[in-house]
Design a protein around this ligand. Structure first.
Ligand code: S3P
Length: 443
């Protein structure tokens, strides 16, 4: 589904301390994968804690279009009856993935080795994002693909009837590329191998193993070599979705910034391929306490307590980028109030997210009186004890740009407005009520 055309501006103002528990929604990456693997499994997959954001709802609709039975049975509780590996039916209509790069790219992979044809589209943001990084490796399996000029959506894939297994080294660190290839490999005979030079989030590998696929990861000089044996019978499993560390980053950052704040974030994912933001916060001197580390549904989770305190600028090592790729916008907002300079380099991938996040953050921060430098693959933010604020930020249909500036507006001298808060519903539909319950003045 695409967003309504009507923009919905929001303004954040300085106020009192934030306190209480932030029950952030289910992890977006795990939620997409639970629906897709549920649809490819035999039997009933019961999912709890599913993120009911628009991105994931669009993936649920897509799985129905490919023939799976997908039913919401309660809040965050969904049941999927799958069709088995290779069992996808040809959808009657166009698959609209809305704003979701993860949704469209993983689903393309999941259908590319089944002899059916599907056409994919999305909103204005998704229609600008690169798809060749996915369609190039999918073509190696034998699928036929047509796209708009530049490899853009809409894309039509005629899935391979006699798929070949593939050995593919990802040219950029991307869990979406890795996952699309692995999902395509499910219906190819023999072994499909993905090699990634930098580790990226490993939810697909963990969940495939949980559903009974034979999948191994070997750390070699080339990087991580992931080998999947094709044509497994995926056996439906219950999936407990952990709370999203990327969504948690917003209330966490707000609590760090607003004097007197102390909040808890229970049950948040601590998957080591996703923890770069929290490692960086610790280096900045943030007061974070993790407790009750445990494993839930194959993913490590823990409870987090955050207290306000001063932050210092840091240089984020390029090799950490993949483990915090979605957290750079909120890190840039935090860096504006840190003591000293924060350097984020090796972050060219930010230019092809829901928006060009280097440009969106640099423009928005400058408009609000923050000193920033940006290059093709870096962003440098000079921190200061006071952020003037007072400007309206262009969010370019990007939920994380909107939430980052609303958090910064809680401590800027003058309020900060975002031109459109609508896209926040793609990943964090409860953001406004949750932030207000903690004490934030956003409206
Ligand atoms: C995701 C992978 C990342 C991330 C996105 C979710 C995933 O994208 O930015 O929000 O669930 O696999 P890339 O694979 O493009 O880095």
């Amino acid at each position: 589904m695409s967003h309504s055309a009507e923009p919905h501006p929001l303004t954040a103002r300085r106020g009192g301390p934030l306190t209480g528990a932030a029950l952030v929604p289910g992890d977006k990456s795990v939620s997409h994968r639970a629906l897709i693997l549920g649809a490819l499994a035999v039997g009933e997959t019961r999912i709890t804690g599913l993120l009911e954001g628009q991105d994931v709802l669009d993936t649920a609709s897509a799985m129905r279009a490919f023939g799976a039975e997908v039913t919401r049975v309660g809040e965050g509780e969904w049941v999927v009856h799958g069709v088995g590996v290779g069992g996808f039916a040809e959808p009657a209509g166009v698959i609209d993935c809305g704003n979701s790069g993860t949704g469209v790219r993983l689903i393309m992979g999941a259908m590319a080795t089944t002899p059916i044809t599907a056409t994919f589209t999305g909103d204005a943001s998704l229609s600008r994002r690169p798809m060749r990084r996915i369609t190039d490796p999918l073509a190696l399996f034998g699928s036929e693909i047509t796209a708009r000029e530049g490899g853009l959506l809409p894309v039509t894939i005629r899935g391979a009837a006699e798929a070949l297994p593939v050995r593919y080294a990802t040219p950029v660190a991307s869990a979406q590329i890795k996952s699309a290839v692995l999902l395509a490999g499910l219906n190819a005979p023999g072994e499909t191998v993905v090699i990634e030079a930098e580790p990226t989030r490993d939810h697909t590998e963990r969940m495939l193993a949980g559903f009974g696929a034979r999948i191994t990861t070997e750390v070699t000089d080339e990087g991580r070599v992931i080998t999947l044996t094709g044509r497994p019978e995926l056996v439906a499993q219950p999936v407990a979705v952990p709370r999203d560390p990327s969504s948690a980053a917003f209330p966490v950052a707000a609590a760090l910034l607003v004097p007197g704040s102390e909040i808890t974030v229970p049950g948040v994912s601590r998957n080591p391929t996703r923890d770069g933001f929290y490692v960086t916060l610790a280096e900045m001197g943030a007061d974070l306490t993790w407790s009750d580390d445990r494993l839930e549904g194959g993913e490590p989770v823990a409870d987090l307590t955050v207290r306000h305190g001063p932050l210092r600028g840091v240089a984020v090592p390029a090799e950490r980028a993949a483990s915090m790729i979605d957290e750079f916008p909120i890190l840039a907002a935090l860096a504006a109030r840190a003591e000293g300079t924060t350097l984020m380099h090796g972050v060219a991938e930010l230019r092809v997210k829901e928006s060009d996040r280097i440009a969106a953050m640099a423009d928005g921060l400058r408009a609000n009186g923050v000193r920033v430098e940006d290059t093709a693959d870096s962003l440098t933010v000079h921190g200061s004890a006071a952020v003037p604020g007072g400007a309206t930020v262009a969010t370019h249909l990007d939920h994380r740009i909107a939430m980052s500036f609303l958090v910064l507006g809680l401590v800027s001298d003058a309020p900060i407005t975002v031109d459109d808060g609508g896209p926040i519903a793609t990943s964090f539909p409860d953001f406004l009520p949750l932030m207000r319950r903690l004490g934030a003045d956003i409206g």
